[in-house]
Design a binder for this molecule. Sequence first.
Ligand code: NAD
Length: 264
Amino acid sequence: MAEHSKRRLADKVAVVTGAASGIGRQIALAMAAEGAIVGIADINAGGAQDVEGEIRKAGGRAEAIHMDVRIERMVDDGINGFAAKHGRLDVAVANAGIQHLDTIADVSFEHWKDMLAVHLDGSFLTACAALRYMVPAKRGSIIFMGSIHSYMASEKKGPYVAAKHGIVGLCRAIAKENGRHGIRANTICPGFVRTPLIEFQLPLLAKERGVSEEEVVQGFLRYTVDGEYTTMAELAELAVFLAAFPTNLFNGQSIGASHGIHML
Ligand code: NAD
């Protein structure tokens, strides 16, 4: 844990959705290490409890919250209960996400709707629940998880691309409406990060393209400035920075975080 006097989120209350795995888990660990009390919200209740245990073992404060971000009541109850218990909510990270590979012509309407439900409804519901605490308090930082796909498209990721573009619009609208209330909303737009969400695509794409998984990786990273994956640690550091930043300097912004794949 960071030394107490230097902690950037000392005694702040933060909720992170999709925090049982990957990027969300790393953000939760980093925020707890910086002194925040962190709500580990995830549809995977067991995974959220594991992350809660990991943070507590390291001396931090965390609480697992079982939440399906597609369901209004679960998001409201989860965020309300957590914020009410601690009397405030300073940071909300709308990070939960899924991936599905299909062309727009082939994707089923069910898959389309589910992609929008997890990413766009989930971001909307998380932000709305957070704003109920942040507006009266006149402070707060909402962080959305976009993607390079908030600004560009890839084949077979149409519903994901549409959802991630939508998140940027939602973020900007929230910034316009709430900046004067002391609330910031920004979107982190990562490139390729080696998490389960990316790992599951490698064998599928390798088989389909008739190449090795390593060649799929090379294809992913070809457009970076250094041939490197974006790391979870880098994104966690960025999320802590946005959570702790004291002014409206960054509000309604998309922060490209992709080793230069897309330059905003
Ligand atoms: P991940 O699969 O490791 O983690 C996603 C988490 O979201 C899981 O814990 C999962 O249980 C949870 N989740 C899924 N559906 C949910 C729901 N309905 N309600 C609550 N929780 C739910 O994936 P990741 O790579 O860490 O992705 C996190 C975010 O980062 C996503 O929004 C993703 O689109 C975005 N992102 C990832 C990459 C990448 O390369 N991995 C790149 C750009 C953006």
